[in-house]
Design a protein around this ligand. Sequence first.
Ligand code: MTE
Length: 319
Amino acid sequence: MLIRIKKASDIDSRELTDKAVYESRREFLRSAGALALAGAAGVGGLLASAPVTAGAKLSDYKKGAYGAGLEPTSYKDITNYNNFYEFSTDKEEPALLARDFNPRPWTLTVEGEVEKTGTFALEDFIKPHALEERIYRFRCVEAWSMVVPWIGIPLRDVIKRLQPTSKAKYVEMRTLYDPKRMPGQRRSLLPWPYLEGLRLDEAMHPLTLLAVGLYGEELPNQNGAPLRLVVPWKYGFKNIKSIVSLRFVEQEPKNTWQVINGREYGFYANVNPQVDHPRWSQARERRIGEFLKRDTLMFNGYADEVAGLYAGMDLKKFY
Ligand code: MTE
């Protein structure tokens, strides 16, 4: 993203895959994490209101149909190569710096053009029996990608229950702002809190997921515990983490990266190999854990499902 000094095209494959670096850091995390896990013993699954440490197993979720033929990226890479500026701009540090973040209890505020406004406990949004695993491609704007076995519920199910009014055209989402718990927010790297938005039909699309877990476990803090957005046909930055508010609005909301640098990051951020980022090509990507680059697919491989949402739009203009 903007704050990076290197261009994505400058990223050395060793930087992405250097296991020695991971291993030494993992060793530290393992010993530090053992203490935290001891504290979590006896935690009874998803959404218990007691403090929960990442790693609690999820049960009872069904396996969705998405992801046939995709080989998930390793748990280690998914949870140690993160973008989460609320903790650090470094890729490996969020795992370390978010270790003690406690995502319970958690509430969500619903505002704007919607019948059911108010502040709700997370438990009221996500019912464990409704959870589904979906293996999705994940493509970062920095030209790397992963395959992630998410667990979550379609955002549309939540939105239907909230009953948007006829004026609701977009939904804006906001990350927690709590500099005491999120050390990156003590610096003015970004205009906090992190904001993202979707057009209502994008938010209601069956592929759009509110994720609470991955690899059969609750979301690790560094991946956006306890609740994050997953929109698999858009660049990674649209996938806002640790969401505390949903606001239904009439006008297109601004998202954080667009505010910072609207020339490079737009509202739509649809994965599109034909529209380059102003500083690098988006035609190819490096899948973490692989050596050779692969071609980036239109809408990240979900064109059959989502191209209709953008029929008639100039995708160079609405990037
Ligand atoms: N959400 C918040 N609140 N803060 C962030 O810094 N980074 C975004 C997105 N969501 C970010 C965020 C970016 S740039 C990417 S690529 C993805 O999260 C990374 O998600 P991951 O760490 O689970 O792979």
